[in-house]
Write a protein that binds this ligand. Structure first.
Ligand SMILES: Cc1cc2nc3c(=O)[nH]c(=O)nc-3n(C[C@H](O)[C@H](O)[C@H](O)COP(=O)(O)O)c2cc1C
Length: 359
């Protein structure tokens, strides 16, 4: 470990500067988060799709399994247009109707207006006094940040550009997760046009580390010890791995999804709005391609609500053609094992990588 990583680990009370990235939608289960924390990393719950009561339960479940620090993540933004019902194009309803039929579901209906769940979710988090919080799509309002800090919570924001990182630092972030273009899942972009905020981690990380005083956590395409040591060399105080942990036994996504990751190559993921209306990186499948070709994708959160019945049914059926297969560009390096074993392997590989560099 270098001085930055040592300081980060000491501040958070963890042994290794390895974060299991939050993955909403079932990926980051309490079991996964707890196993990573128990192994000396920082486990995370992706709580964006949980109700306040479910957040309380998930946090309690993590605490039952470990006394070590862990984090909880929420979406902070994206609902600016919510409240008004977004019209859904007939072409999207027709496309979904075909996929619903294939899954034995009734035809889709245009969703009712979606309200922002974040305010009630924040209250649940504050009540749970979690050790670490992270946000994506933006940052909580100043009064929420102040209350979190008063409760002793370490607050992390997600940046996809240096400008976003500076804004997060100015808003009081204790650390910044730099999300490179390689990353699986939704883009955290909140202050730049999405298409111009696709900065590779190799370019984003050193520039962001130079621009802010707070520690930077590198994420996007990091799958093994080599990636971790490279991130350290580029100025990271820690790393966050999503896809690498998603194929672990404890991750909550269907087995067919894990198999799709294990079989995928680096040229099989793409950025798409097909499932949620917000750009996210996932493995190409039938619904993704057809939705992109339709030109009829609704904005977030309407598209997200619209495709939910299909995604839920597809998850139950293990149907990978109708499921959002979020994954990063490092898919080829994914390895199926238990989370504690992956942590052990990563720590060993870090040492090996360091030795190889010094030789
Ligand atoms: C299935 C999946 C779900 C994700 N969900 C979230 C989320 O809820 N909140 C968040 O901040 N990031 C989310 N991410 C992004 C991760 O935090 C992280 O940026 C990304 O996984 C890093 O890239 P990698 O997958 O190549 O390791 C998700 C990523 C994946 C793969």
């Amino acid at each position: 470990m270098n001085a930055k990583s040592r300081a980060f680990c000491a501040r958070l009370g963890i042994a290794h500067p390895i974060v299991q990235a939050p993955m909403a939608g079932g990926g980051s289960t309490p079991a996964l988060a707890a196993e990573v924390s128990e192994a000396g990393g920082l486990g995370f719950l992706g709580a964006a799709y949980l109700t306040p009561a479910q957040i309380g339960e998930a946090v309690a479940e993590v605490r039952k399994r470990t006394r070590k620090p862990f984090g909880v993540n929420l979406f902070c933004g994206g609902f600016e247009r919510a409240g008004a019902a977004e019209p859904v194009a007939p072409a999207m309803l027709a496309l979904l109707a075909r996929h619903h039929a294939a899954l034995g579901l009734p035809p889709p209906e245009a969703p009712s207006p979606q309200s922002d769940p974040a305010p009630a979710q924040f209250e649940a988090l504050l009540a749970a006094r979690v050790p670490v919080f992270s946000s994506t799509f933006g940052f909580p309002a100043p009064d929420i940040v102040a209350r979190m800090k008063a409760a002793g919570t370490f607050v992390i924001g997600t940046a996809t550009t240096v400008e976003e990182g500076k804004r997060l630092a100015a808003a009081g972030a204790d650390a910044i997760q730099a999300q490179g273009a390689e990353a699986g899942g939704h883009r955290g972009t909140f202050a730049a046009p999405f298409e111009r905020a696709m900065i590779g981690l190799m370019a984003l990380l050193p520039a962001l580390a130079d621009a802010v005083e707070v520690p930077v956590i590198a994420s996007g395409g990091i799958m093994d010890g080599r990636g971790i040591v490279a991130a350290e060399a580029l100025g990271a105080a820690a790393v966050a791995l999503g896809t690498a942990f998603l194929v672990c036994e404890e991750a909550g996504v269907p087995d067919a999804y894990k198999t799709a990751i294990l079989r995928a190559a680096e040229d099989e993921t793409t950025l798409t709005r097909a499932f949620s209306g917000r750009p996210a990186r996932g493995i190409v499948n039938a619904f993704l391609e057809e939705a992109e070709a339709s030109g009829a994708i609704a904005p977030f959160p309407t598209q997200n609500a619209l495709t939910r019945p299909m995604r839920n049914a597809a998850a139950k059926a293990g149907d990978v053609e109708r499921l959002s297969l979020w994954a990063g560009q490092g898919v080829r390096l994914a390895r199926r094992m238990k989370a504690a074993e992956l942590m052990r392997v990563l720590v060993k590989e870090i040492e090996e990588s360091r030795r190889a560099l010094a030789s």
